[in-house]
Design a protein around this ligand. Structure first.
Ligand code: TMP
Length: 238
């Protein structure tokens, strides 16, 4: 597979064309941002960890019939993925109150929900990714009714799968963000990444944060947390 021109550089990843028009190469960087790019930094080794974790979890989800963009890991930081058109929705699933949910509704972080919530945000940096309901998504023509229902169903199934996965590693899945894309034929697949950048993951025993909140909130021990969560993941099948 030949790596061709850089198509796009985001905050945490670069995307390259390949000699196959249906495939792209994603390259994970160590760069980290928070608060819509206001806070910037580097998390040494993050790109390697996020690449490995995202691929591992997408393969795991594929086994329970969640279609994803994943094709093949090419190197420590590079993965071959199916080319999709990203649907500009951030799909956030929450099991426990934290972050913007706690702030918006005045709920103490750590409050466990009786059932998970699915939230949509409009993926638009200039607007600061504002919250959006399904009617808003329809009005903006981001997806149709059937697609939005399917995305919600996938999000909840992914939550079930990932909760169980992390439970077996002694980790509590608090919340996470997903992005979906369309293949050329319109099929919706899970895209982007699943990593400590996009999930809140707490040690179940100590409640220690093992995710990007350590960077966002200046808690220290950022690299150690990423290494520890990778170790937990890799203990899953061991
Ligand atoms: P929030 O509580 O800040 O809305 O974040 C919810 C989840 O989404 C959390 O696991 C972190 C993740 N997330 C992203 O992946 N990208 C983002 O830009 C933001 C704001 C959150």
């Amino acid at each position: 597979m030949e790596k061709r021109q850089l198509l796009y550089e985001g905050k945490a990843k670069k995307v390259f064309a390949t000699d196959d028009p249906t495939l792209l190469i994603v390259e994970y960087k160590d760069d980290a941002t928070a608060f819509n790019g206001v806070k910037k930094g580097t998390i040494e080794g993050k790109g390697v960890i996020n690449n490995r974790m995202s691929n591992y979890l997408m393969r795991y989800l594929e086994r329970s019939d969640i279609p994803t963009h994943f094709v093949r890991e090419l190197s420590e930081r590079e993965t071959l993925v199916k080319k999709v058109t990203i649907i500009p929705l951030e799909v956030i699933v929450r099991n426990i109150a934290a972050g913007s949910f706690s702030q918006r509704y005045g709920v103490e972080e750590g409050t466990v929900f009786s059932s998970p919530t699915v939230e949509f945000s409009y993926k638009n940096d200039a607007l600061g990714d504002p919250l959006l309901n399904t009617d808003g998504a329809l009005a903006l023509d981001l997806a149709d009714q059937v697609e939005l229902a399917l995305i919600r169903q996938y999000a909840l199934r992914i939550n079930q799968g990932l909760r169980k996965f992390w439970r077996d590693c002694g980790v509590t899945l608090v919340d996470f963000k997903l992005e979906f894309g369309r293949l050329r034929d319109g099929t919706i697949v899970l895209a982007d990444e699943i990593s400590p950048d996009t999930c809140r993951l707490w040690d179940t025993a100590t409640r220690e944060k093992l995710d990007k909140d350590r960077f966002r909130r200046d808690l220290g021990g950022v690299e150690d947390a990423y290494r520890e969560i990778l170790r937990r993941m890799e203990s899953h099948d061991a």
